[in-house]
Design a binder for this molecule. Structure first.
Ligand SMILES: NC(=O)N[C@H]1NC(=O)NC1=O
Ligand SMILES: [Zn+2]
Ligand SMILES: [Zn+2]
Length: 502
């Protein structure tokens, strides 16, 4: 017996070391699972690379996830000694998009979207980082404990980098230590609503809650994002022919621009003195999804002119669609604030081009298709929210053609300014020292949004973009040097990072 044991001992040792290495490696992703490219040092070359110093023809050197050099074509003698080269020819190389406003609804309502599907859609759309909103998931992200649930749901399930906004709600607004703990745990800022959010555990805040929130945020130098609509007294709409809930105009009348104007007027009294040297220096106010290009926009322009620390975003759906075009019962277009008329859309474009609107975001806010009530077509009862995450780049580009939108403007609205809002200077541009968050696309390639297209958002049927034709096809997406998406294929492992504030 002894003899036998001695004979199999080497075999047992071999077996145990094999098992040890097997479990060690299966517990974390190997580099090759994170990337469709087997290199961590390589060059991307193209005739058109969008950098903060203009569009250049040349090469970007990527090493261990960072951009380590950028070489213009005239200084580039490409040869094999440089290592692996991926040549994209005429295709455009851009900084990855940063979507500062997405609802992935995970945990708790992952059947609405979810981290895996949402971040796969992002990667396929050229988005390399998104910031997840604190509501529509359950429970809402309003405390350290609920943030922990978010982080657990996201970890190893994200194909792009994901940061998090925390919620400012009546329950935590007067509790500075709770807000400080949430901010210390890494949320990039806070978000609140000035009207009902549609989610029971995310109640609206009033001016005094917001004032408290801003004072805590000032210490951390992080922004407050606000859904700026305050319900105004409105006439009672009779359910007569003129107010058929299947007509979009009926819904539009229920949320006039005065709701946005009232909220912004109130917010600007609170964000007064946030400028350099002001008594509230350090606080920053960011208005999400502006739809009213009238008085609301004028108020914001004035506040900026007087030096207040204020920014504003709008969304592709306000730039693409107009109220006049929305057909009876087509609740895919229902969102809040609502899509307004064509003249309003025109003025939003003008404000964006002139720099009065700072950036774009998706406000991707899906739900279960049944809650869109597409059969009934009742605009007053359907879920409000647009599904767009994968398409924001081609939408901005296609509808922006009329206005002569440039590649540099896309980078400004979708990368550079969003990176600044979230306080991540390692992101947002193709520049030496930054993360290699890059995507490559063909602006002139058209495609139809139909069932033949690989679509990763969970419920394509509720997206208002389905059935349209767009220009601008994403070929590949890199996140911190990992090739996470290439023409319909994702890396096998979800290696996006959780982006926390420090
Ligand atoms: N809860 C939620 O996502 N609401 C969003 N939907 C929308 O259309 N506007 C919003 O603020
Ligand atoms: Zn909102
Ligand atoms: Zn939203």
């Amino acid at each position: 017996m002894d003899h036998f044991l001695w004979r199999i001992l080497p075999l047992l040792a071999l077996l145990s070391s094999f098992l040890y290495f097997y479990f060690q490696n299966s517990s974390k992703f190997s580099h090759s699972d994170c990337s469709l490219l087997p290199y961590n040092h390589y060059w991307i070359t193209s005739k058109s690379i969008v950098t903060p110093r203009g569009v250049i023809s040349g090469a970007v050197e990527v090493k261990e996830g960072n951009i380590v050099s950028i070489v213009k074509e005239e200084d580039w003698q490409g040869n094999s000694k440089r290592g692996h080269i991926i040549d994209y020819g005429e295709a455009v190389v851009m900084p990855g998009l940063i979507d500062v406003h997405a609802h992935l609804d995970d945990p708790g309502r992952a059947e609405w979207e979810g981290f895996p599907s949402g971040t796969k859609a992002a990667a396929a759309g050229g988005i390399t980082m998104l910031i997840d909103m604190p509501l529509n998931n359950f429970p809402s992200t309003v405390s350290v404990e609920t943030l922990r649930l978010k982080l657990e749901a996201a970890e190893k399930n994200i194909y792009v980098d994901v940061g998090f906004w925390g919620g400012l709600v009546p329950e935590n607004a007067f509790n500075a230590s709770s807000l400080e703990a949430l901010l210390s745990a890494g949320v990039l800022g806070l978000k609140s609503f000035m009207c009902p959010s549609g989610i029971n555990d995310f109640p609206m805040t009033n001016a005094s809650h917001i004032k408290e929130g801003l004072s805590v945020l000032a210490k951390f130098r992080r922004p407050l994002l606000v859904h700026a609509e305050i319900q105004q007294d409105s006439e009672n709409y009779l359910e007569d022919d003129a107010n058929d809930p299947r007509h979009y105009s009926t819904y539009l009348k229920t949320r006039p621009p005065s709701w946005e104007e009232a909220a912004i007027r109130e917010l600007l009294t609170l964000s007064k003195d946030t400028g350099i040297g002001g008594s509230a220096e350090g606080a920053h106010l960011h208005i999400v999804h502006l739809s009213d290009s009238g008085s609301s926009l004028q108020l914001l322009k004035q506040a900026k002119r007087s030096g207040d620390s204020v920014t504003v975003e709008t969304c592709p759906h306000y730039l693409a669609f107009s109220a006049e075009e929305i057909e009876d019962g087509d609740t895919r277009f229902k969102c809040a604030p609502p899509i307004r008329n064509a003249a309003n859309r025109e003025a939003l474009w003008k404000a964006l081009l002139e720099g009065d609107i700072d950036m774009l975001s998706s406000d991707h806010s899906p739900t279960m298709p049944e809650l869109k009530l597409l059969n009934e077509g009742n605009f007053l009862k359907a879920w409000g929210g647009i599904s767009s995450l994968q398409f924001v780049l081609p939408v901005t580009w296609s509808y922006g053609q009329k206005y002569g939108v440039t590649l540099e403007q896309l980078a400004l609205w979708w990368s550079e300014r969003p990176a600044k809002l979230v306080g991540k200077d390692s992101k947002g541009a193709i520049e030496v020292g930054k993360h290699a968050d890059i995507f490559v696309w063909e602006p002139n390639t058209d495609f139809d949004l139909n069932d033949d297209l690989p679509i990763y958002i969970k419920h394509p049927s509720i997206s208002a973009y389905m059935g349209t034709k767009l220009s601008g096809k994403v070929l590949t997406t890199f996140v911190r040097g990992n090739l996470v998406y290439k023409e319909g294929k994702h890396a096998s492992a979800a290696c996006g990072s959780l982006i926390l504030a420090k």
